[in-house]
Design a protein around this ligand. Structure first.
Ligand SMILES: [Ca+2]
Ligand SMILES: [Ca+2]
Ligand SMILES: [Ca+2]
Length: 330
């Protein structure tokens, strides 16, 4: 072996001792990234500048960018920093990884505005400790309390509210509206039309006929006798005869108003003692007898007679007793 080959081997050993640890550390994190996100293997973000300012393999800066810094401060756990937006470009780290953009470079981000997903990935560290203790204690206590309290409260409240509201509203509205409307319409229209038209037409045709009072002017008479009342009892008995040739005077007032006039007449009794005045109009008359010597009156000396139209007033007798038998006991 010559001297050049020996020096070459020494250089490779130095490079291996100095440069390899840095490159091995970087590739181990990148291998860890590729293990976590297998679909990203071989894409544009499967490179050192995912976490660093530059690519150290070509002389770039090894300083970590914002994503690499977050990775370092979270115990080198890619899953933990998925919900973070390390470069502040509006997209979470996992969104950028899925879109193959660099989560540590704000100028490189997905072209389409993503739908912001609310913090789903914070849960993984919290979930395993919370879930097992909550679930078993909640389930048994909830089920029995729901079943028991639901049944009694529903049955009790339905029954009392339905019964009282139905009964009072139906009964009062039906009864009053039916009864008053039927009765008055039938009774009123029948009675007045029959009774009114019959009465006035019958009564109006009666016309009184005036009866003219005729004025007959028939004459009447006044007659009588002068009787010899021998026993003086004032009436004519059998055997008592009339007294002849005695004057009977008549004075009458007849007519009315300006036609009033006085009638004066005289006559003498006949052989049987009778007398008569005829052709006398109606009026008020006075009869006066003339006493014959030897006689005294046993009745009226003067008679007053109201003679009606055409009346014949008879038996106007004058009773005279002879003085010769005045003291004889009859
Ligand atoms: Ca971002
Ligand atoms: Ca970015
Ligand atoms: Ca006599």
């Amino acid at each position: 072996m010559n001297r050049k080959l020996t020096i070459g081997l020494l250089l490779l050993t130095v490079v291996a001792l100095v440069g390899v640890p840095q490159a091995a550390a970087l590739s181990s994190y990148l291998n860890n990234f590729n293990t976590t996100y297998p679909s990203a293997v071989g894409t544009r973000i499967d490179t050192c500048i995912l976490c660093h300012q530059g690519d150290p393999r070509i002389g770039g800066s090894t300083d970590r960018n914002s994503y690499g810094a977050a990775f370092g401060s979270n115990n080198h756990n890619f899953t933990t920093i998925e919900p973070l937006d390390s470069d502040g470009d509006g997209f979470t780290n996992i969104q950028e990884i899925n879109a193959r953009t660099f989560p540590g470079n704000a100028s490189d981000h997905p072209s389409v505005t993503p739908t912001p997903s609310p913090t789903p990935t914070v849960t993984p560290t919290v979930t395993p400790t919370v879930t097992p203790t909550v679930t078993p204690t909640v389930t048994p206590t909830v089920t029995p309390t729901v079943t028991v309290t639901a049944t009694p409260t529903v049955t009790v409240t339905v029954t009392p509210t339905v019964t009282p509201t139905v009964t009072p509203t139906v009964t009062p509205t039906v009864t009053p509206t039916v009864t008053p409307t039927v009765t008055p319409t039938v009774t009123v229209t029948a009675t007045p039309t029959v009774t009114v038209t019959a009465t006035p037409t019958v009564t109006q045709t009666v016309t009184p006929t005036p009866t003219p009072t005729p004025q007959p002017t028939a004459n009447g008479s006044i007659s009588g006798s002068k009787i010899s009342d021998d026993n003086g009892n004032g009436k004519q008995d059998s055997g008592e005869e009339g007294i002849s040739d005695v004057t009977i005077s008549l004075i009458g007032i007849v007519g009315t108003g300006t036609d009033t006039k006085v009638i004066r007449k005289e006559t003498s009794t006949g052989a049987d003692g009778s007398y008569m005045f005829d052709n006398l109009p109606s009026g008020r008359y006075i009869l006066i007898e003339q006493l014959k010597p030897g006689y005294v009156p046993t009745g009226f000396v003067v008679m007053s007679i109201n003679l009606a139209n055409g009346e014949n007033s008879m038996n106007n007798n004058f009773m005279n007793r002879p003085i010769s038998n005045l003291f004889r006991i009859s």
